[in-house]
Every structure is written in C-alpha cells, then in structure tokens.
Design a protein around this ligand. Structure first.
Ligand SMILES: Cc1cc2nc3c(=O)[nH]c(=O)nc-3n(C[C@H](O)[C@H](O)[C@H](O)COP(=O)(O)OP(=O)(O)OC[C@H]3O[C@@H](n4cnc5c(N)ncnc54)[C@H](O)[C@@H]3O)c2cc1C
Length: 240
C-alpha cells in the first residue's frame, strides 16, 4: 500500500515502567490502515518540521488503530510530544512506511529461511511484536522462531507474560531475555544479546531479523557473518 496521510485520536495509553509505555491511536481519516508487519508510521510533531518514526506494535489484523511502543528516555521532540498526548487528542502521521518485515515465501531468499531468529534491543521489540503475532496467529507459520530481547535492567521488562503465553500456545516459538545489568537473582542470559546468541547453538537455515540500536545491529551482523550466515538472510531495522 502506498503511504497516506492519516489523522487519528489517542484512545489509550499504558505505562509499563519508568522507561516504556504504549500508546494507541484510533484512526479517524482514513479509518482503516492496511500494512505489513514490521512497517512504521512517520508522526508529525506539531509546531516543528519534525517527523518521527515509530514502528507499529499491533498486528496488521488490527486495521482501525495503531499501537506504538515508546522508549521515554530520549526526551527530544518526538518523545516529549508523545508524552504530552492525552486521550482524545488528535495526531497526524504518514503510514505505512518501511520495508522491514518477513521475507516473502515467494522469493528464493524467503524459501531458504526454514526458521526465523529475531533479535531486539529495548524498544526494537515493537516491530518484532507485530511480526511475531502476525506470523504465529494470522499466518499460522510453523517454522521454528526464536526471539532474543536485550534490555538493561530486569525492571525494564514488560510483555513477558504475553510472550510466555505465546510459548505455551505455539511450541515453535521461544524467548530468551538478556539483561546487560541484571541483579544477582537473574540466572539466565546476561550481557549483550551477542553474548546470549553465542552460547546457544546456531539455528540452521534461519533468516535473522534485527531491530533496535545501530551498535547491536553491527555486532550481531559481525557475529552472524563470522558464523557463515549469508548477508541476504540478515534483515534489520535501525532505530538510532
Ligand atoms: C524505523 C524506525 C522505527 C522506530 N520505532 C521506534 C519505536 O517503535 N519506539 C521508539 O521509542 N522509538 C522508535 N524509533 C526512534 C524514534 O524515531 C525517535 O528517534 C526516538 O523516539 C527519539 O526521538 P526524540 O525526538 O525524542 O529524540 P532525538 O532528539 O531524536 O534523540 C535523542 C537521542 O536519543 C537516542 N534514541 C533515539 N531513539 C531511541 C530509542 N528508541 N531508544 C533509546 N534511545 C533512543 C539517540 O541516541 C538519539 O541521538 C524508531 C526509529 C526508526 C528510524
């Protein structure tokens, strides 16, 4: 779908912790959005020329609203504007934008991807949340899927119960959380996502989908290339 200019109203927002919250925009005009999981919106920041990118968290099956996940810490134009919004406020944005998403099974690259490995840091989970829900619940994709999600502190985490429910419902899906600054009570992966990826056996014939900060993307790419993964099977969305 070509991108269109949308107006929408804030319908809901949910604070997960001091760092992250979600915000939902109910579409007004046009009132439906058709998009591919992994795409994002370009939000207009009123009073400025700024347009800020936010990946869509909700799956494409929800077509009358878009949910976003916001990392509240940068405090520039985008996060300050989003933080000022209240239910009923109007927003405008261009959507859908972007090429990040699961490689189509109609391409040779897509056909070679017999498993999917997702790697996120921080708010990079937003695009992967939409993708994972879409693949499991809407597309009934039975390929093995592994999600590595890196956060700084255990108290930064959220959506864990939702992902654990997905693990129970879909035996082909599993989650590895990685905390760079976990307390002593955390007994699983710690450090960077690459540390966690390194200790787990490679998933054979996988497509890798990386989303988050540029440093992580570079490190994971280097690790995968060194392990013989071909560049065309490493897909990424860099947030900053
Ligand atoms: C394709 C794409 C999708 C994106 N999706 C999301 C999303 O779903 N959720 C989200 O919160 N952000 C997302 N971002 C980042 C977002 O567009 C803004 O850059 C971010 O909200 C900061 O904007 P700002 O104006 O508040 O601060 P800026 O003045 O633009 O940034 C200040 C500094 O904050 C840091 N920073 C920027 N983004 C982040 C972040 N997400 N987490 C931690 N530090 C950051 C950078 O070091 C940056 O230099 C996305 C970016 C891109 C390119």
């Amino acid at each position: 779908m070509p991108p269109q200019q949308y107006t929408a109203k804030v319908s809901d927002s949910l604070e997960y912790n001091q760092k992250f919250y979600s915000i939902t925009f109910e579409l007004v005009e046009p009132h439906t959005l058709s998009f591919k999981a992994g795409q994002y919106i370009l939000l207009n920041v009123p009073g400025t020329e700024q347009k800020k990118s936010y990946s869509i968290v909700s799956p494409p099956s929800l077509d009358h609203a878009v949910e976003l996940l916001v990392d509240n810490t940068p405090r520039g134009y985008g996060t300050r504007y989003l933080g000022s919004l209240r239910p009923g406020d109007s927003v405008s944005f261009l959507a859908p934008v972007g090429m990040f998403g699961i490689e189509s099974q109609e391409t040779e690259i897509g056909q070679q991807e017999k498993a999917l490995v997702f790697v996120a840091t921080g708010s990079g989970i937003s695009a992967l949340h939409s993708i994972i829900l879409d693949q499991l619940q809407n597309k009934h994709d039975a390929r093995k899927m592994v999600l590595y999600w890196g956060l700084r502190y255990t108290q930064d985490s959220f959506w864990i119960q939702e992902f654990q429910e997905l693990e129970k419902t879909f035996s082909n899906f599993s989650l590895h959380l990685v905390f760079s600054q976990a307390g002593d009570d955390w007994t699983l992966c710690r450090g960077r996502v690459t540390d966690c990826l390194s200790v787990h056996p490679m998933v054979e014939y996988a497509g890798y989908y990386l989303c988050g900060n540029g440093g992580m993307i570079k490190e994971v790419q280097q690790l995968l290339l060194a392990r013989g993964v071909k560049q065309e099977h490493i897909h990424h969305e860099k947030f900053f």
